[in-house]
Design a protein around this ligand. Structure first.
Ligand code: PLP
Length: 453
């Protein structure tokens, strides 16, 4: 079908798809190229969020990825992991550990972030069961986070607005209220809260501490102070729980190192990666674990019996291999590390003097802008204004794709916008992204002031 034949915006009355918001007219994407998306009505959108969900870290339409995909599909696209292994899977696991996560011993591949985090929880639980420590099942995790849409992953964060009305399906894990820099400049408040939760649950019932080492959409680019991570490592040692990091967004270079944990004074026992691993070429995520987990299973049942249909299939793994090759060959993780701090400064400078911008944070190519009430430049914006949605809409009108989170109804954090451009974005494209975003915020501020007047 030609681009012209498709409507520019598609409403739920015109589509057989069950869309997220039934009353929203969805813009229709025809193709993508590098940092740009082309709509069927001829508009060109600058993609500042890697496809909208921090996925296409190499940009859109990458010839090398398409070639790898095509070649693998011609050889063998799919076999089930219960019956076979395959070269693409074996090589991807080796390469991932060698290049990106030398601290880890083994990898298991799945199709997406929720599956990866569910797998991490099962692996943590099985580790304890294999060691005759079956009383450990609870997970402690920060409340203001996102770990996925499936019930197990949903239970890992503690956000009422996301969990309603599924509370009955979610296991009773324990959650730390967020400790932003302002509330907890040293990290000690979060450690006190962690101690309180360990005490309340009984440390012998805790299987794992689960978190994003550097937050993505839920608290963009936020990471607790160094002392928190040191204190977490001490408590792991003392109490025997595992540390699991969700690096679905931050893995594969997004924050300027292959994994974000490599910037912290702690190594996880289990870490997940997704999004940028398949880079939009195919659904792909991974769970990696350290040697002591492998040993516990090897000396116990000798199995980790869990299988999703597409786990480790040749096609997604060939795409993952091509992505790693490109990241290495083009030195893209170094580029993100070197360019990231200036990008953050440029964004902050462009937003200076704006009444609705609180904090600007940045780690590599993961940038976060906290939005605040312009009347005191501190409080969360009123829930009913849903400024997160307004920012995304106005940005789109300015030809820019960003992703904002309306966290206010959860009560832990305000609205915030995330920018996560492709690592391959040219300097001029990054400058244009900042310019368009500053125009967006200026217009949003005017509209918010009118609404509050
Ligand atoms: N973890 C984090 C930090 C995420 O941002 C996401 C998705 O946005 C997920 C997990 C879930 O990944 P998926 O949507 O692929 O299941």
């Amino acid at each position: 079908m030609s681009a012209q034949a498709l409507p520019a915006e598609v409403t739920s009355e015109e589509t057989a798809v069950f869309p997220r918001l039934l009353d929203l007219a969805y813009p229709n994407v025809e193709r993508g190229e590098g940092a740009w998306l082309y709509l069927t009505d001829g508009r060109r959108i600058l993609d500042a969020c890697s496809g909208g969900a921090m996925v296409t870290c190499l940009g859109h339409g990458v010839p090398e990825v398409i070639e790898a995909y095509t070649a693998q599909a011609a050889r063998v696209a799919y076999v089930y992991n219960h019956h076979f292994t395959n070269d693409a899977q074996e090589r991807l696991a080796e390469r991932l550990i060698e290049v990106a996560a030398p601290e880890m011993a083994r990898a298991r591949f799945v199709s997406g972030g929720s599956e990866a985090n569910e797998t991490a929880v099962r692996l943590a639980r099985q580790y304890h069961v294999e060691r005759d420590d079956a009383s450990r099942w609870r997970i402690i995790s920060p409340a203001q986070a996102y770990h996925g849409a499936t019930m197990g992953a949903l239970a890992l964060s503690g956000r009422p607005a996301l969990q309603r009305p599924y509370g009955e399906y979610l296991p009773a894990h324990l959650h730390l209220a967020p400790s932003t820099r302002r509330l907890d400049p040293t990290g000690e408040a979060a450690l006190d809260e962690l101690d309180r939760l360990l005490e309340e649950a009984g440390p012998e019932t805790v299987a794992a501490f689960f978190c994003e080492p550097i937050s993505a959409a839920a608290l963009p680019a936020y990471s607790p102070p160094k002392r928190f991570w040191e204190g977490l490592a001490e408590r792991r040692e003392r109490h025997g729980f595992l540390v699991c990091f969700d690096e679905i967004v931050t893995g594969m270079g997004r924050t300027g190192s292959w994994f974000a944990y490599q910037q912290l004074p702690i190594e996880p026992d289990i870490v997940t990666a997704g999004k940028g691993l398949g880079a939009g070429g195919f659904p792909l995520a991974a769970v990696l674990c350290s040697e002591r987990l492998v040993e516990a299973l090897a000396q116990g049942s000798g199995a980790f019996d869990l299988g999703h249909t597409w786990d480790g299939a040749p096609l997604p793994c060939a795409v993952g291999l091509a992505v790693i090759d490109l990241l290495v060959e083009r030195g893209l993780v170094d580029r993100v590390r070197e360019r990231g701090p200036a990008l953050r400064d440029e964004l902050e400078a462009a937003l200076a003097g704006t009444g609705i911008v609180g904090k600007v944070r940045g780690r590599g190519f993961l940038l976060g802008v906290d939005l605040v009430d312009p009347r005191d430049r501190e409080s969360f914006l009123p829930d009913e204004l849903d400024v997160a949605e307004l920012v995304d809409r106005v940005a789109f009108e300015h030809g820019l794709l960003v992703t904002s989170t309306h966290s206010t109804p959860d009560g832990f954090a305000g609205d915030a916008t995330l920018l996560a451009p492709a690592f391959t974005s040219a300097d001029e494209e990054l400058a244009e992204m900042i310019e368009r975003f500053a125009e967006t915020i200026g217009e949003v501020e005017r509209r918010v002031e009118e609404a509050l007047a």
